[in-house]
Structures are given as structure tokens and as C-alpha cells.
Design a binder for this molecule. Structure first.
Ligand code: PGA
Length: 241
């Protein structure tokens, strides 16, 4: 595990974007695993700016997103499909047919999750997986549980996650209760994992996840065992370690 300490959110975003840019430059046809949430917005902004400046080309890049809400129309502005288009895909030249997210509207959860794992396998796995972390230690929507889930699966969101995500919706009632998410096994299979964390409110979970025991009760803690894991976190997020 490598920790890169940054001054603040902007510094974290630039450094994370630089790591992703390096991946795209080294391997133009790489598979990027992408994440949603508040944290990666600044990272994507930098990638868009460097694309616009002619420094980055995504023409051969393929993407797989970590997760998607279940039963939220794709066009809903808070679907992760919409989030990704608004923050990245609409602004760079990743071909539309190279963009992959779980289909949250496929009612057959088992079929959808198996199909998503097959897509990831057909791409040859993920070269670089970007991650945020939830206050409960979740990665993707892998919530605290008694065992690490391996492949893509359907999850019931915890109350803490619903509470955290209600800021994006009109009310808590509108937050979907379920999601399809890559499993911790899929994430651990990525050749490189890049986690970004910012803010004092994440300091406690950063300490627990990366300076405490590896346990499925803190899903992110498994990353301590990843051979190529980089944590880019600002001073506030690292203030307890
Ligand atoms: P956030 O979410 O970036 O909005 O804090 C992180 C996560 O839940 O993975």
C-alpha cells in the first residue's frame, strides 16, 4: 500500500488524475474501472481539461463502472449512467460502445450480474480501478457484512449509505434501496487500485480501513492486501493516522 498525502481536495484531484493519465498514456487501450460519488468529480474535471488541451486521448480506452442503482431509470439525473456522462463521458472521446455499467433496470439480478462479470472478463480485466470510500468502509456498494462478496451482485444499501446519498435526491424516500455492484473479488483483481479520499469526515474510516484489521465488516480493509494499491488522500482524511 502506498499513501500519497495531498494538501487538499484540489491537490488530491490533480494527483489522482495524473495517475489515471499516466495509465492512459502507457496503455492507450487500457480498461479503466470508474467510480461515482462526490469525491471523483474533481479528478474527472482534470481529465477533461487535459483532454481539451490535447494532452490525453481516450479513443481506445474501455471503461467499466463499479456499480449502478437498481430500478432507477437510466435517464434519471442521479443514475450513475447519467453521473458518468455529465462528469466525464460527454466531454471526452471514449467511444460509446466501450462504456460499461451494470444495467440497473434488468430485473433478473442474477443474469445481469453474471453478464457484467462476463463483460469484465472479456475485456481482460481492469487495469486501473478508481475508488472512493463510504463512511462505513464500503467500496462500490460492498457494504459491511460477514464475508467478502467476490463477483458482481445485488445489494441492499445500508441506512448509512442511503442517508449519505440522500443529498443527491429530493428526499431520502427517493434514494433507491438496492444496487448492482462489482464484488470485492472483482476489485481485488484489478491490476492497480487507486483510492481517493478527502475530508475530516473520512478520517475515522481511513484509520479503520488501512491501519486496522482486514475484515469484511470494513470492506475497504481488503485493499491492504492488494499488491498495487495507491491511496491518494488529503491532510484532513489522513488527520488521524
Ligand atoms: P463520496 O462517496 O465520494 O460521495 O463521499 C464515496 C463512496 O461512497 O464510495
Amino acid at each position: 500500500m502506498r499513501i500519497i498525502r495531498t494538501k487538499n481536495y484540489e491537490d488530491m484531484s490533480r494527483k489522482a488524475a495524473a495517475i489515471i493519465a499516466a495509465q492512459v498514456i502507457h496503455k492507450p487501450d487500457c480498461v479503466l474501472g470508474l467510480a461515482t460519488g462526490g469525491t471523483p468529480v474533481g479528478t474527472y474535471k482534470n481529465l477533461v481539461a487535459w483532454y481539451n488541451a490535447g494532452d490525453l486521448d481516450f479513443a481506445e480506452v474501455k471503461t467499466v463502472n463499479l456499480d449502478e442503482y437498481r430500478n432507477l431509470p437510466r435517464e434519471h439525473q442521479e443514475s450513475y449512467w447519467s453521473f458518468m456522462h455529465r462528469n466525464l463521458f460527454d466531454h471526452v472521446n471514449i467511444p460509446a460502445d466501450k462504456i460499461n455499467l451494470p444495467n440497473g433496470n434488468n430485473q433478473d439480478a442474477e443474469a445481469e450480474c453474471a453478464a457484467y462479470d462476463a463483460v469484465i472478463a472479456s475485456l481482460g480485466g481492469v487495469d486501473l480501478q478508481l475508488l472512493g470510500i463510504g463512511h462505513d468502509g464500503h467500496i462500490g456498494f460492498n457494504e459491511p457484512s460477514d464475508a467478502f462478496d467476490l463477483g458482481t451482485h445485488c445489494v441492499d444499501l445500508t441506512d448509512e449509505t442511503i442517508e449519505a446519498n440522500k443529498r443527491f435526491f429530493n428526499s431520502k424516500d427517493e434514494v433507491p434501496r438496492q444496487a448492482y455492484t462489482m464484488g470485492t473479488g472483482t476489485i481485488m483483481n484489478a491490476r492497480k487500485v487507486l483510492m481517493i479520499v478527502s475530508g475530516k469526515d473520512k478520517a475515522e474510516i481511513v484509520k479503520k480501513a488501512f491501519f486496522g484489521p482486514v475484515t469484511p465488516q470494513v470492506p475497504a480493509s481488503i485493499l491492504q492486501m492488494h499488491p498495487n494499491f495507491v491511496l491518494v488522500a488529503d491532510e484532513d482524511a489522513l488527520s488521524l493516522v
